[in-house]
Design a protein around this ligand. Structure first.
Ligand code: ADP
Ligand code: MG
Length: 144
């Protein structure tokens, strides 16, 4: 387990970018943290690390956005509206986690029961005592 601290969105973006540079097909990145902690900022950096050229936004109304312009495809999920993890299979989750791209899932805890053990968990938390722009980012790499 690794704990990283950032003092602004640019630093969180950079952490995402570095992970995107190293991501491989079949990797699953599970992002957690309250609304506004920086999951999407991380995802944007991650996408840049993969070489994605499109603008990456929260796919809040679609569950999934697919970006194909990078080194490998990016499957960017936001599962905050999922009520039953089984709904994920309706959007083809199975094929995505076993696909040729990398999955990055915002609000991943909601579907924890269907996530593979071999995943990278990234949890972002504020600590207002350290200021508005401070974030503590806990990374647990469960890939073997
Ligand atoms: P989420 O996807 O977790 O709901 P967003 O990434 O959409 O959150 O928004 C995070 C917000 O917090 C942005 O407005 C960003 O500028 C701001 N912010 C401030 N400090 C940081 C930081 N250290 N890391 C990430 N975002 C930060
Ligand atoms: Mg978001």
């Amino acid at each position: 387990m690794q704990i990283l601290e950032t003092e602004g969105p640019g630093e969180t973006y950079e952490i995402g970018r570095k992970m995107g540079l190293k991501a491989a097909p079949g990797d699953v990145f599970a992002l957690n943290g309250d609304l506004g902690t920086g999951k999407t900022v991380f995802a944007q950096g991650f996408a840049e690390g993969l070489g994605v050229r499109e603008y990456v936004n929260s796919p809040t109304f679609t569950i999934l956005s697919v970006y194909e312009t990078g080194r490998i495809p990016l499957y960017h999920f936001d599962v905050c509206r999922i009520e039953d993890p089984e709904e994920m299979f309706e959007v083809g989750f199975d094929e995505y986690i076993n696909g040729r791209g990398v999955c990055l899932i915002e609000w991943a805890d909601i579907i924890e029961e269907i996530l593979p053990e071999a995943r990278v968990s990234v949890t972002i938390a504020k600590d207002l005592a350290r200021g508005n722009d401070y974030r503590r980012i806990t990374v647990e790499d469960g890939r073997s």
